[in-house]
Design a protein around this ligand. Structure first.
Ligand SMILES: [Mn+2]
Length: 296
């Protein structure tokens, strides 16, 4: 039998369930995010090394990882798709398991974030959001003739309204209303921009801005530089360098309690598996670090 990182057969025997939410309805440039989760799972299943260089062991032998696929939910309106995600997340969380969500467009994160509010007060949680975009629109009326408030460009606004604290990293493009929203001191949002004065923020400075005990990590793969993660719908030049991103993520987990995580907006491209491979590596690294006590 071929070794696989994903080998828990049931939710009961798993420590982590990777939930595949290949939802795509509101993406605004290149399409394909609905194919992301399956492509990432394929990498986890048979392409990624099981061995972790940090822990000098094979984390998947000690951490049981399972998967659950929500299937084709892209025909549903956003509110209905979110309900599908929340109801599945609830079942997994009720069994005391960690949910790792794979998108799909970024709006799927809201499903897990909504569900987590039943387990932990969002005011005690900081979302560490790695993204090129703020996703702080109130709705998408500036680019869509049928405006909705659950588009992928609105997801962090909705999460912030739930009460979560927000630290955004890698930001390099935004709409006027988003700028006004995150600049308003009463909203208490910390934005670390890339390409602003040609310097990259110090990781310590980012970590210092996380004031809560708990964190949630959401990674829109377009937060990374497109040279590392080219297969995504709304790529923007000049993003986060690969090793910088990994160090930030690992140190954030080391210093806080992780309540949930997701990797979204993988839209595979022809003749390159770089994006899904990177997304699989991010997924495995986050899981290993979160369950590091099992690896000693
Ligand atoms: Mn983005």
């Amino acid at each position: 039998m071929i070794d696989s990182i994903i080998d828990a057969k049931t939710t009961d025997e798993a420590d982590v369930i990777i939930l595949l939410a290949g939802y795509e309805k509101t993406t605004s440039n290149r399409k394909g995010a609905k194919y992301g989760p399956r492509a990432v799972i394929k990498m986890l299943d048979s392409k990624l090394e099981l061995f972790d260089r940090d822990y000098k062991t094979e984390p998947c032998r000690k951490i049981k990882i399972g998967q659950k696929n929500l299937g084709n939910i892209s025909s549903l309106p956003p509110e209905k798709a979110l309900r599908k995600i929340t109801s599945e997340c609830e079942k997994i969380l009720d069994k005391g398991k960690f949910v790792f969500l794979l998108g799909g467009e970024h709006s799927v994160s809201l499903g897990l974030l909504q569900t987590l509010t039943k387990k932990v007060n969002p005011k005690d949680v900081t979302i560490l959001d790695i993204d090129a975009h703020c996703d702080l629109r109130d709705d998408n009326k500036d680019y869509s003739l049928k405006p909705i408030r659950f588009a992928h460009s609105c997801v962090m606004r909705r999460a912030h309204e739930l009460g979560y604290n927000l630290v955004q990293v890698g930001i390099r493009t935004y709409y006027k209303n988003e700028y006004e929203y995150f600049s308003d001191p009463k909203n208490n949002i910390k934005v670390f921009e890339w390409g602003n004065g040609n310097t990259v923020p110090d990781i310590d400075e980012i970590l210092k801005s996380i004031k809560t005990k708990y964190i949630y990590i959401t990674i829109d793969v377009d937060g990374f530089d497109p040279s590392h993660m080219p297969g995504t719908g709304t790529a923007v030049q000049g993003g986060i360098e690969w090793w910088y991103g990994l160090e930030l993520i690992k140190r954030a987990i080391d210093g806080h309690e992780l309540v949930g995580a997701d990797v979204v907006e993988v839209a595979p491209i022809q003749d390159s598996v770089l994006t899904e491979y990177g997304a699989a590596q991010l997924t495995y690294t986050i899981i290993a670090h979160n369950f590091r006590d099992k690896l000693k």
